[in-house]
Design a protein around this ligand. Structure first.
Ligand SMILES: Cc1ncc(COP(=O)(O)O)c(C=O)c1O
Length: 437
């Protein structure tokens, strides 16, 4: 497929939508036809063809589970039928299963602005976080504090609390609006999520990383809601450590492997706690004692989940030739339009936009506040518009720029307006809480 690259394309859509996406163009899109026009002029529009998307569904939950990229099912079927079924154990070598964590990591590295040999795929985000937080504490043995924010994703806070207990450290909470105020000579590591899972608020990662370093602390970023959707420049930010999800914007499928990044300056000193044979310098030497592999390989622990790795590897083809800057331009235009239409058409029903208006502070999602947000989302799903709900009152909509067209934004707001006008959310079936919200 032809490359879909940077500046010209980004300028193309900026030209259609105003400047920096739709920023500052309130009132500009006032009909479905105008949204369709944006799609016709969108240089990234053809990327949607790289996905299998069901008809009759507007899918605005790619920030939770990315859509299925074309080619993944076939690639996984081949791994099952030929590599596993026919070639059996030989595939560890012949299909190079063994290097999947490194190979997939290298492909993710491009998407998060990291050097080639600094990212590895595997485990879940929670497990990667555990490994890197303990490793960070070990790199700063004189310091007693792990610093995070109270609104961090719960797994980040739970893991940080457990690492603190395990390592004899203290967990300290900072104000996300003034992180620097909580940084001092006691802080070993500052652990933050770049894009907030509730509101989509995005931190100024370069500035916060610099502040952490001024205090002598290490900086760890959770990129769960960033990788594949917004520009991430781990090397340029000078981040020490990072983790992120494979199943959200990277589209690796349910429970896809996560990834871990370690800045090259720390790789040879990194001492992560889940020392397993796959992180050993010579796994098949089967030595009695652990000797960590050189470089990023030491972050690995056990046997990689090959079928999930294969799915994630194939999914990453959807990003081939795509510039993240171009994706960002489109993402901002989508979220700007959604926010603008929500203001115009939904405020009268008690809906307010909970996500930042300022483009530099907004990820690739828009959350709406409504006191019956859970039931509203259920009623919307019944109409074929899929978003999700987060406590206590947020309806969350993710705009994966690879496959969401502008017309979906228009239609989703139309449907929301109908749900609210008819108070469809009052129906008893929409009030029932499912296990996963
Ligand atoms: C910021 C953040 N970190 C981590 C996770 C999930 O971690 P895991 O891969 O362990 O399920 C999520 C899930 O939504 C998340 O939003």
């Amino acid at each position: 497929m032809a490359g879909v690259t940077g500046v010209a394309d980004a300028a193309g859509i900026a030209g259609v939508t105003g400047m920096a996406g739709l920023a500052g163009t309130t009132g500009m899109v006032s009909s479905r036809a105008e949204a369709e026009l944006l799609d016709r002029r969108d240089p990234l529009a053809s990327l949607r063809d790289r996905f299998v998307l069901p008809g009759g569904v507007i899918y605005l939950d790619g920030n939770s589970l990315g859509a299925l990229p074309r080619g993944v099912a076939e690639r996984v079927a081949r791994a099952v039928e030929s590599e596993w079924g026919r070639d059996l154990i030989r595939s560890w070598n012949s299909a190079d299963w063994i290097s999947l964590p490194r190979r997939v990591g290298a492909r993710i590295a491009r998407l998060v602005g990291a050097p080639q040999d600094s990212v590895i795929a595997g485990d879940s985000t929670s497990v990667q976080l555990f490994k890197l937080l303990v490793a960070a504490a070990r790199l700063r043995p004189q310091r007693r504090v792990i610093l995070t924010e109270p609104g961090n994703f719960p797994t980040d806070s739970y893991v940080a609390a457990s690492v603190a207990r395990l390592s004899g450290l203290q967990l300290r909470w900072c104000d996300p609006a003034d992180v620097e105020a909580s940084l001092d000579e006691d802080v070993a590591v500052l652990s933050l999520t770049h894009v907030d899972y509730r509101t989509g608020r995005m931190h100024d990662a370069a500035a916060i990383t610099a502040a952490a370093h001024r205090a002598g602390a290490l900086m760890l970023w959770d990129l769960a809601h960033s990788a594949g959707a917004v520009p991430v420049a781990l090397q340029q930010w000078d981040a020490d450590l990072a983790v992120g999800c494979g199943y959200k914007y990277l589209c690796g499928g349910p429970g896809a492997p996560a990834f871990a990044y370690v800045h090259p300056r720390w790789q040879e000193a990194l001492d992560q706690p889940l020392a397993g044979w796959m992180g050993h310098a010579a796994p098949f030497a089967l030595e009695r004692d652990y000797r960590p592999a050189a470089g990023i390989g030491r972050v690995a622990t056990g046997t990689p989940p090959v079928l999930s790795m294969v799915a994630l590897d194939a999914a990453l083809d959807a990003f081939d030739g795509v510039s993240i800057d171009a994706l960002r331009t489109k993402s901002l235009a989508l979220t700007e339009l959604f926010g603008q239409l929500a203001d115009e058409r939904l405020a009268t029903y008690g809906v307010s936009v909970a996500s930042p208006r300022e483009p530099a502070q907004r990820g690739s999602q828009v959350s709406l506040r409504h006191e019956q947000a859970y039931a509203v989302v259920q009623a919307l799903i019944a109409r074929g518009v899929v978003g999700d709900y987060r406590e206590p009152d947020l309806a969350r909509f993710g705009f994966a720029p690879l496959y969401i067209p502008f017309v979906d934004v228009w239609d989703a707001v139309e449907q929301l307006a109908s749900v609210l006008a008819a108070e469809e959310w009052r129906r008893p079936e929409h009030q029932v809480r499912a296990g996963v919200t």
